[in-house]
Design a binder for this molecule. Sequence first.
Ligand code: PMP
Length: 363
Amino acid sequence: MTLSFAAPDRPHWSDQERIDEIHAAPKIGQHFGEQVSDHMAVADWTVSNGWSGDAITDYQPLAVNPANAVLHYAQEIFEGLKAYRHADGSVWLFRPDENARRFNASATRLALPHLPEEDFLTAVRQLVATDARWVPDPGSGEKSLYLRPVMFANDDFLGVAPAGKVRFAILGSPVGAYFSDGVRAVDIWVERHEVRAVPGGTGAAKCGGNYAASLTAQLAAQDRGCAQVLFLDAVEHTWIEELGGMNFMAVTSDGRLLTPELTGSILSGITRKSILRLAHDLDLVPVERRISIDELHDAVRAGTVQEAFACGTAAVVTPIGALVDENGRFELPSPIGEVTMTIRQRLLDIQFGRVEDPYGWTQ
Ligand code: PMP
């Protein structure tokens, strides 16, 4: 059965009320995800009856029993995507089908049920249509409505077992540019001891546990004035994996765009995938392979890597200014590199409809 995520009936508005509503600029929280929109999408699943109860409801707290399995065993997955307002007022999503697919890949790893991709997309579209006024005008910045689908075990039962009851929800949060003061290069803490994911673990899934495991390293990074953590592989503590919430890329002086290959413990970022595709059209050669932290240091020292950046939905493309570890601060020669900024601009132009989208990514 296909889910409809029917929106609540709207009150009868006068034309003026409707115009006022559309023009009321949504409030944007000071911190990422602090401000939420008016509605949410919800659906429930049980092992005996499948999915039901799909609707767009008012944004409201969810009642959670203290014995709820997710609080104890973290059987949970989520996604992150954005709705963008174009200059003509229309609202667009960027590759939401990729999020739908990754959501189900995460569900498989966490022993959660699949939500058919079509239903995931209907829920996203219905929520965005209902809360369209919450999609900010980008203005000169990069404001958008961040959407956070989540699915979690909903059994009130302390035994360790795959969920027999599950809840799905999507909430919306108007967000500003990641850096309110323009694009900055950030320092990255290279974590040489703690790891975020292990071979055979859940690193390739978007589940809360991966993020919980990254937080002590994030605190260590903050103590050193670093914005993000660069995690290395769990076996040799040598190979670059990814950042706490973004993928890693480096640009070589002979025009290659290097990024760690997907090993099973790295999240397959949609921004990563899109940039690898864009690279071709920007005369760069995309290369996915293992990159050791020593190779990166050597390449920066030799001048063959001038720029590096992090990429993901939230921060788009973030230039890396320096790699920091116990041995000190190691600066990239071009902290806000030309190639990095070209890729960043190209991606934003497509997302905000400032150029034609030749890839069919926006819908
Ligand atoms: N890695 C991690 C660990 C992330 O949380 C994210 C953000 N979803 C990314 C990479 C980038 O993925 P995407 O480009 O799909 O946002």
